[in-house]
Design a binder for this molecule. Structure first.
Ligand code: ADP
Ligand code: MG
Length: 591
């Protein structure tokens, strides 16, 4: 065999193989070009999972009419001049290979217009060579259409996965870029149907909700400030920002760990490992978090030119990056646990409820019920409620598994089966927890509802209890318990919180003022939490009460939905768990 230089067309196809592996690679290169062109809106369209057609349209700077042919030449770029520039790369593209590669494996139609030009230009490129060029009406920006991908390389087509998989790859790509660039409006259409859209209003949480679903997004914990990536001059210091899921929110694979370096979506096993290490001891074996991590650092600290598809980077100080990511994620997780402890009433060390009354306790409340049962709403300004501030990121860290109720024992305990053994649930403590969380949730959202009593009920208290009550009247009113002094030690109850509407008014009131002596410490100093817990204690089902099977099951369902199902508001356990392991040991089946 003699050695021969390969023809240009073959060279192009070999090179293209590295850049364009599948439809999603085409979308990636075109979207990166659109972002580099400063677009604020990017439309992506596919037909036949991108094999038939990929079209990316942007409203960016456009390509000068005189340069459209050049854009398709290999190693032709407007983004790089010298070799040193490789360490000052502030754009996503820089190799000048994408358009050339794409054009050598698909039929490309480029239409572009710079904002100041009167008309646009359209260029058709096939087999890597320009075929026809004409003037064309076009909006400012660039539209690239790629048809019949790999028609020049039928063998490649065989390596593509199912349409579903290829489409999903495209969707993943577009949603990732939408996350990294929340100020850019993205739209993705597969076969005429919209698959994704982001508003471009800059709110990354909103994009997160569009990508992960509101439920997951709502729970994601923020790290640092998610600034729009600077495609211009880069940061001088290493910065980590992003979102990670709370430890209770996990998945079976690590595919939802997304990493951006200087606004570029990359695969980086070490950064991913740093994220996982931050969760150490917090996740069960085989479970992985959701994470979106941005690393921003000086451009000379990162080599972006290690991979033809630019999917990997090399850091000059990988250990520093690893540590920064691990620490930021860990700190955010721990901080959230602390915040959650603050938000939950059975936490220690709460700041004292301010001695002066918050303004919202003053003016609102019971327009007197005109006649029959009426409901009024207490709406404390959500931001001034300490609960609202702490409760923004609910964290079901001690979530219960689904329980199957087996029955009641000693009219006090529910017996249930879970995936890992037996649960004995204290019906009173469990119900306390359920009532308490329901009330606290309403309270934190400023949505405590109350029912006015048909006839205000007088209740006589001891002098001490009366005194204790007087000090709390405004707070009680905000909690839906409208009470008024009636002379002597008698008080008129005008309304009860809806959650307690079934209680006898006297019992409800006494529950509030009679210190049970046991509840102060665990609830720390948060007045309303303490009050609510007290009333819930009174309102909850008691030991000795027979519960119908449906009531037993309902109580377990409600407990499962609690944030801290394993303790009552006073900190005592609601349940005893006998794991299968324990049972097996007890029965001598295992050592
Ligand atoms: P690179 O992005 O590495 O420079 P490409 O082959 O992707 O290489 O693009 C070549 C050149 O074409 C770019 O440098 C840029 O000047 C121009 N170009 C490509 N796509 C666009 C676009 N959507 N808007 C404006 N200019 C573009
Ligand atoms: Mg490019």
């Amino acid at each position: 065999m003699t050695i021969r230089s390969l023809p240009d067309a073959v060279i192009s196809q070999i090179a293209a193989g590295e850049v364009v592996e599948r439809p999603a690679s085409v979308v990636k290169e075109l979207v990166e070009n659109a972002l580099d062109a400063g677009a604020s809106a990017i439309d992506v369209e596919t037909e036949g999972a991108g094999k038939r057609l990929v079209r990316v349209a942007d409203n960016g700077a456009g390509i000068p009419a005189a340069e459209v042919e050049l854009a398709f030449a290999r190693h032709a770029t407007s983004k790089l001049r010298h070799a040193d520039d490789l360490f000052r790369v502030t754009t996503l593209g820089f190799r000048g290979e994408a358009l050339a590669s794409i054009a050598s494996v698909g039929r490309v139609t480029l239409r572009t217009r710079q904002p100041d030009d009167k008309a646009g230009v359209q260029l058709v490129v096939e087999g890597g060579a320009p075929q026809s060029r004409m003037a064309a009406g076009a909006p400012p920006g660039t539209q690239v259409t790629v048809e019949d991908l790999f028609y020049t390389l039928p063998a490649r087509l065989k390596f593509l996965k199912s349409d579903l998989t290829e489409k999903r790859q495209v969707t993943t790509l577009v949603t990732r870029y939408a996350l990294a660039y929340p100020s850019v409006q993205f739209r993705l259409v597969h076969d005429g149907r919209e698959a994704f859209r982001s508003s471009g209003n800059g709110d990354v949480r909103e994009v997160l909700a569009g990508v992960m679903g509101t439920d997951v997004a709502r729970q994601m914990i923020g790290i640092g400030a998610w600034a729009e990536p600077r495609v211009g001059p880069s940061a001088s210091t290493l910065q980590v920002s992003g979102f990670v899921s709370p430890p209770a929110l996990t998945r079976a694979d690590r595919r939802e760990i997304t990493i951006f370096v200087n606004g570029r979506w990359v695969q980086d096993a070490r950064v991913a490992a740093a994220v996982l290490q931050a969760y150490r001891t917090l996740l069960m074996v085989g479970r992985y978090p959701w994470a979106v991590i941005r690393v921003d650092l000086a451009t000379d600290q990162v080599d972006v030119n290690v991979h033809p598809a630019k999917a990997e980077v090399r850091f000059s100080e990988p250990d520093a990056v690893f540590r920064a990511v691990q620490r930021s994620v860990r700190a955010a997780l721990l901080e959230t646990e602390r915040m959650q402890a603050l938000a939950l009433p059975n936490a220690q060390g709460l700041p004292d409820w301010p001695a002066h009354r918050p303004s919202w306790l003053g003016g609102n409340g019971g327009q007197d019920a005109a006649g029959d049962w009426a409901t009024w709403y207490v709406r404390p300004d959500a931001t001034s409620s300490p609960m609202a501030a702490g409760a923004t990121t609910p964290l079901p860290t001690s979530a219960l598994p689904l329980l199957r109720c087996i029955g009641q024992v000693a009219t006090a305990y529910l017996v249930a089966e879970g995936p890992d053994g037996l649960y004995l649930v204290d019906q009173h403590a469990a119900h306390e927890r359920v009532l308490y969380e329901a009330w606290m949730a309403d309270w934190s959202q400023g949505a405590v509802t109350a029912q006015a009593l048909l006839a205000p009920t007088p209740v006589e208290l001891s002098p001490q209890a009366g005194e204790a009550l007087e000090a709390q009247l405004p707070l009680l009113k905000a909690l839906g318990l409208d009470v008024e002094a009636f002379g002597g030690h008698t008080y008129l109850v005008r309304s009860l919180p809806t959650l307690l509407a079934h209680l006898e008014p006297g019992a409800a009131l006494r529950a509030v003022v009679e210190s049970s002596g046991e509840d102060e410490a665990p609830l720390a100093a948060q007045a309303e939490a303490r009050l609510i817990a007290r009333v819930c204690k009174r309102a909850a089902v008691k030991a000795g009460q027979v519960l119908a099977p449906a009531e037993q099951q309902a109580l377990l369902r409600q407990l499962e939905a609690c944030r801290s199902p394993r303790t009552c508001p006073h900190g005592r356990p609601t349940m005893v768990h006998l794991s299968l392991h324990t049972l097996e040991r007890q029965f001598g089946r295992k050592g």
